[in-house]
Design a protein around this ligand. Structure first.
Ligand SMILES: Nc1ncnc2c1ncn2[C@@H]1O[C@H](COP(=O)(O)OP(=O)(O)O)[C@@H](O)[C@H]1O
Ligand SMILES: [Mg+2]
Length: 263
């Protein structure tokens, strides 16, 4: 078991934060190479801040304390090449004025050093991998011509275009209806497995995560409440907060939602 990333006493305070409250406070957490780690917590608990800190995408003025180590990479990850980011709203990661093909090919050409033609071919392959029907036609489409679920597939294709070691999905399925959500999870499952990526799966929904990841880290008010393998966190949570979180999801009493959907 090798460590992909170690966080030691990681703290983040946004410059504009009223009363100087930290968005993350003293986080000690290891991310294991090849694992699927869920970051769970209610809105405002610091999940996206953690994602941005991992990705080196904190806004200017954010104060960062503590340390981050990247033993596998040997350096902080660089956007597009070492990690891919999938957001809740694919609109925020897709450019409305570029065709689907152009924006996926752009990442592949920049990070893999491919010619435009090679990158375009790779983009079409990627659309096939994320199971967009008729990839050749979709290449010429603009984001607004696709459904929300299809746009999220395209955003995933763009995120993995450069074969990143780390995929960060921040509420990537939260805006989708349940059926599409399950399809996107199934897709992420296949891609992560096939490419051996490390996955940081951020969600406010513990039931959603529990059938899908190896480990869970529970966040509350900028702090890490507990972290551990899914089964131990679900069956023997260390904190009352996690116990309450589990109790509030009826689904967890029965086999996890997603276990029924995944192959
Ligand atoms: N750019 C920002 N500037 C100031 N405060 C921010 C910024 N982004 C997030 N915050 C604050 O940091 C805290 C954690 O936010 P966030 O990481 O987005 O939580 P989550 O993703 O769990 O909902 C919240 O109190 C939020 O208001
Ligand atoms: Mg968030």
């Amino acid at each position: 078991m090798s460590i992909f990333c170690s966080l030691r006493q990681l703290s983040v305070t946004y410059g504009r934060a009223r009363n100087g409250a930290a968005a993350l406070d003293g986080i000690d957490l290891d991310i294991v190479a090849g694992e699927r780690l869920a970051i769970i917590g209610e809105s405002g608990s610091g999940k996206s801040t953690l994602a941005r800190a991992l990705a080196g995408l904190l806004p200017e003025g954010a104060k960062v304390g503590g340390e981050m180590f990247w033993p596998e990479l040997g350096h902080p990850p660089s956007a597009g090449r070492d990690f891919g980011f999938v957001f809740q709203d694919p609109g925020s990661s897709l450019n409305p004025v570029l065709t689907i093909g152009e924006q996926i090919a752009e990442g592949a050409s920049r990070h893999l050093g491919l010619s435009w033609k090679q990158a375009y071919i790779r983009a079409e392959e990627l659309l096939g991998r994320v199971r967009i029907p008729q990839p050749d036609r979709a290449m010429r489409a603009f984001p607004h011509q696709l459904s929300g679920g299809q746009r999220q597939r395209v955003a995933i294709a763009a995120a993995i275009a450069a074969r990143p070691a780390l995929l960060i999905a921040d509420e990537a399925t939260s805006a989708l209806d349940v059926v599409v959500q399950a399809e996107i999870l199934r897709l992420l499952d296949a891609l992560v497995r096939e490419d051996g990526m490390t996955l940081v799966f951020i969600t406010h929904d513990i039931a959603l995560a529990s059938g899908f990841v190896d480990r869970i880290a529970v966040f509350r008010n900028a702090r890490l409440v507990e972290a551990g393998p899914v089964r131990s966190v679900l069956s023997a949570p260390e904190s009352d907060y996690t116990t309450a979180l589990i109790a509030s999801h009826r689904d967890l009493a029965t086999p996890p939602l997603i276990a029924e959907v995944l192959p």
